[in-house]
Design a protein around this ligand. Sequence first.
Ligand code: SF4
Length: 710
Amino acid sequence: MSNSADSQTVLAACPHDCPDTCSMLVTVENGRAVSVRGNPDHPFTRGGLCVKVNNYQDRTYSPDRILHPLRRTGAKGSGSFERIPWDEALGEIKKRWTAIIDEHGPQAILPYSYLGTEGILNGLNVGDAFFNKLGATISERTFCDAGAVTAFVMTCGPTAAVDPESFKHSRYIILWACNTISTNLHHWPFIAEAQANGAKVVVIDPVASRTAKKADWHIAIRPGTDAALALGMMNVIIAEGLVDEDYVANYTVGYDELKARAAEFPPEKVAEITGIPAEDIVTLAREYATTQPSVIRMGVAIERHAGGGQTVRALACLPALVGAWRHVGGGILHMPIWAFPVDWGALMRPDWIKEGTPVINQWRLGAALTGEEKLATPIKALMVYNANPVVVVPDQARTIEGLEREDLFTVVSEQFMTDTARYADIVLPATTQLEQLDVMFSWGHLYLTFNEPAIAPLGESVPNTELFRRLANAMGFNDEYWARSDEQMAKESLDWSNPVLAGISMEGLREKGYARLAVGSPDDFCPHKEGNFPTPSGKCEFKASMAEGGNIVLPLFRQGSNEFQPGDPIDPVPNYIPPTESPATNPALAAKYPLNLLSPKSHAFLNSSYGNLQAQLHHAQGQQVIIHPEDARSRGLNEGAMARVFNDRGSFQAVVKISDDVRPGVAVAPLGYWASRSGGSTVNAVNPTRYADFGHAPTFSDNLVEVAAS
Ligand code: SF4
């Protein structure tokens, strides 16, 4: 796309870990990117970008960008660095890593990365081949959706399930633990269109979110009790004869077992567990079953408590029970990521992993670095890229304590001097999305998107692909893998024999900026009308055969992940597992810490990105803790006062906001602020590191705290 000699429009893509994966147009004048906007032609982006990204050029040209390699000159955490040449940085990294490998073995080196950039080339897996070749300890990535993915695949198989654009055909829409308007903004117009055409929109969320306020019905559930509600709905659906008997008989397995389980959850009992009146549970079940097409959109927060996996199992059984899959716009939407034929193996080279390589889960980072986690080979070197663990990992104080270790050699590749980069020995400069080439899959729609570099890399910054080429060269790796250009890697990252790429070429994708996968149109996409679930039985599995020792086929991209171990004692039929920290399960703890803290994504930040940039900080309005008026009154807390949020794990400071948007007994403190700008700690100072039931998923929301004036 080009307009004139000194002004161009470049086709780009938002790089963030967000389901919308927006197609962006970048205006470049005289070699400088002057603005970004949403691509009006893209059917999902529809011309708009969110408040996080609509000034992305300011991120790229921020005076705070790291544009050259740096070496630490002050104490760890002080932020004192000096500029050094790339050669010197690479030489020092090679020297230190080689010495560590000679003395302790390569497993003493730990990589740490996540989705600071989501592109297929520069994102989650960009360093895996390098660290697999090196023989480093594997960093297990289960931050988001590892439990939900496991549960969903156990039930429905790896299927795109429902096209989010098909929601315009839905007549009953349940947004379950999903604040669409803040975290999946571009899905909202399809929901609003259905609503305008008479569909009922129901939001199930402990918080009256922006989305809940636009819904026809907000059901304020007690945190972590969603599985009980789903089982209660099944109880009513079965008792009142609202089951689609034909669909169940032909396309499901395990109905008798599910029926027996649902019988344990009558509405009155579910009302006690969830805090939702029994008559509302009955109404919800009846309306959901009888208003077709009905559809459920699950948010990522659904898995963040002790029973998160079983919760997703329960929700994923509902559409088959009522035959919602028969209709376009009916079923359940989790992640259409399964539709994208990315050749993860070609990117990650799991064949280079040496047998017996240890695995450390990402939120055990503090424990691993401080020696609390007993490791055969202690970690002596850490390399962080695409991530800011000080902000996102629970047990924040321990993470910082580990990073302060003088004998830990830490390398961080970053765009900015983050809370984590401050502890690095060597900082390497990373490009932003405007300076790199990438291809984006999506976990929120069915389009591939191409990101053309709009400008040359600023300073000496490099894309992650180039970073690992340089590191591979420094370490003497001469495999063909690192001889490939980004264009070649892009082409080889997709399985072109897959029918969903029929009619799509890399050249065409690049020319248009996006391409819809060849899965049919949103007006006829109905993959499970007649079953065809990609599970071992080919049916929707109410009773999961994988829980009884079958093999589960999961994507490679969570390298090292232990989503499902055959033989683990997993209940094969959906069940309700109460939160670990709740008045019902731990009254003694609840007496000390009575408030259930939720730390959702902020409207203005994208995880830890933007916690340093003025426009987004302005939108975010500072670290708040939102509590119900009754809870504020009983603690003598006033609106706008500073408060301390704490439990036995730690504490952080926040400004009190009093609102009946939250249930009594619940506190909300959005994630994304940086500790270095917030008095040294943030919400992850109090969040737990326990795993949920499936997939080593997080339990951020299974968390009791107290709030007191400070
Ligand atoms: S963060 Fe999400 S909504 Fe915002 S521009 Fe990026 S993809 Fe779009």
